[in-house]
Design a protein around this ligand. Structure first.
Ligand SMILES: *Cc1c(COP(=O)(O)O)cnc(C)c1O
Length: 430
């Protein structure tokens, strides 16, 4: 068969290919559902571009101060209409997701205020931003305190603990939508809506920020549709569509976003400065592609769980579970298996496919880490990538794929490398 021959050329044996096809047969219904979400979200982005009369002049590069940058301003109007917010800040000067979150937090918290996370510990890099781990220039250093309500053992919200944690100094509540690299569940937008409503019932004027990383376009609604004052994310994840080479966004109320603009540039200057540096075509086109790129990554995540779980590797989320972000964890059980898995992902890459990933002692981590990525944009995790700390339970976190077809190849090659190393069965389909 022609397709099988192509996979063989790319390094996938007929046995692994056949197993993949067998797994896929059961996924058709779920893939259809993902396509329907993508179709709706494509319409949402397209309508926003049409309503804001996007035109070729918006692609022009600006340099220097960037006063009267129509391309930049219109992109922000389009983001605001997609997220149904009053305002948006979408800039190449926001260097990554952590930076966007830092701007949103430090702009909206003043000395004496308290920040609350009602969903347990935040993403690793935010620990230093907040001052949970001591760091120069942390919010803690500026006199902003931090409180946390942990999730219940079953992953649900602990409403009593949250009520008890909210006090007269609680100014801002931060909710992380995706599990990130933790083992708790990712929240649906509906769950986030319930949590926001509860927090507001305790303290009506509290500000709510949602870390939206990896969640954009996975559902037809976003946290800003269920009451968040700010939603924040990175352009080298879902909303950049693989084309944005840098950037972050903050969408929200005019009051919150204005403060973010003053924090990002300078008081008095705000959103008026910030040249677009010729990145507008990539930002616009990436946003246009983002719903379908996200759909491809979601299919890859579901395929991986359904391929690996029957072979005895436990997966989070599980094969049958509903998705609220694009991250898939696969527990492989040994260092060797993690290395083999990552070798497969790397071998499938369009860039640096000839490189062999090795575990290394990455700064800031207490164990060795392995990473596989052969991306057009360095560090882009909407492109096919896998990584994980080399320690029990030896789980890799897999995400991305600019196309579903590429994600599929990467996952099949990861299994191929495991089988070649004798770390996975080879007699899948009878
Ligand atoms: C990726 C991520 C971040 C940080 O984004 P960077 O671009 O890596 O700085 C923050 N929160 C979550 C949940 C993420 O997935």
């Amino acid at each position: 068969m022609e397709l099988e021959a192509m996979y063989q050329k790319l390094g996938v044996s007929p046995q692994v290919f056949a197993y993949g096809q067998h797994v896929l047969e059961r996924l058709r219904g779920r893939f259809d559902e993902i396509d329907r979400t993508a179709e709706y979200n494509q319409g949402k982005v397209l309508a926003a571009m049409q309503e804001n009369r996007l035109a070729a002049n918006h692609f022009a590069a600006t340099t220097g101060y960037g006063y009267d940058d129509e391309g930049r301003d219109n992109l922000e109007r389009i983001y605001a209409s997609v997220f149904h917010t009053e305002a948006a800040l979408v800039r190449p000067q926001i260097t990554c997701g952590t930076h966007a979150l830092t701007v949103a937090l430090s702009a909206n918290l003043l000395p004496g205020d308290e920040l609350l996370s009602p969903v347990g510990a935040p993403y690793d890099t935010l620990e230093e931003v907040i001052g949970i781990r001591e760091s120069t220039c942390s919010l803690k250093e500026y006199g902003v305190t931090y409180a946390q309500a942990d999730l219940r053992p079953d992953g649900g919200f602990d409403f009593d603990a949250i009520r008890a944690a909210i006090n007269e100094r609680t100014k801002l509540i931060t909710i992380q939508r995706s599990k990130g690299y933790a083992t708790r569940p990712t929240f649906s937008v509906a769950q986030i809506g319930e949590l926001i409503a509860f927090c507001r019932s305790v303290k009506p004027d509290v500000k709510i920020m949602v870390d939206n990383c990896y969640g954009e376009f996975v559902e037809t609604v976003e946290p800003s549709d269920v009451g968040a004052d700010m939603v924040v994310g990175s352009l080298i994840k879902n909303p950049g569509g693989g084309l944005a080479p840098i950037g972050g966004y903050i969408c929200g109320t005019k009051a919150c976003v204005e403060r973010c603009a003053y924090r990002l540039s300078a008081p008095g200057l705000g959103r008026e400065v910030g040249a677009n540096l010729g990145l507008m075509p990539a930002f616009y086109q990436g946003f246009f592609l983002a719903p379908t790129v996200t759909a491809g990554a979601l299919k890859g995540a579901i395929f991986a769980a359904n391929l690996y779980e029957p072979l005895g590797f436990s997966c989070v989320p599980g094969a049958e579970e509903k998705r609220h972000d694009i991250i898939q964890a696969v527990t492989l059980g040994s260092r060797e298996a993690m290395v083999a898995f990552c070798k497969g992902i790397q071998a499938a890459a369009p860039v640096d496919s000839y490189v062999t990933p090795e575990p290394w002692a990455m700064p800031g981590y207490d164990s060795e880490v392995i990473m596989a990525a052969g991306a057009f944009v360095q560090g882009s995790s909407i492109e096919l990538s896998a990584d994980g700390p080399i320690r029990p339970p030896y789980a890799v976190y897999f995400q991305g794929g600019l196309t579903w077809q590429h994600a599929k190849l990467g996952i099949l090659l990861s299994l191929q490398k495991l089988a070649d190393a004798g770390l996975a069965p080879t007699d899948y389909v009878s």
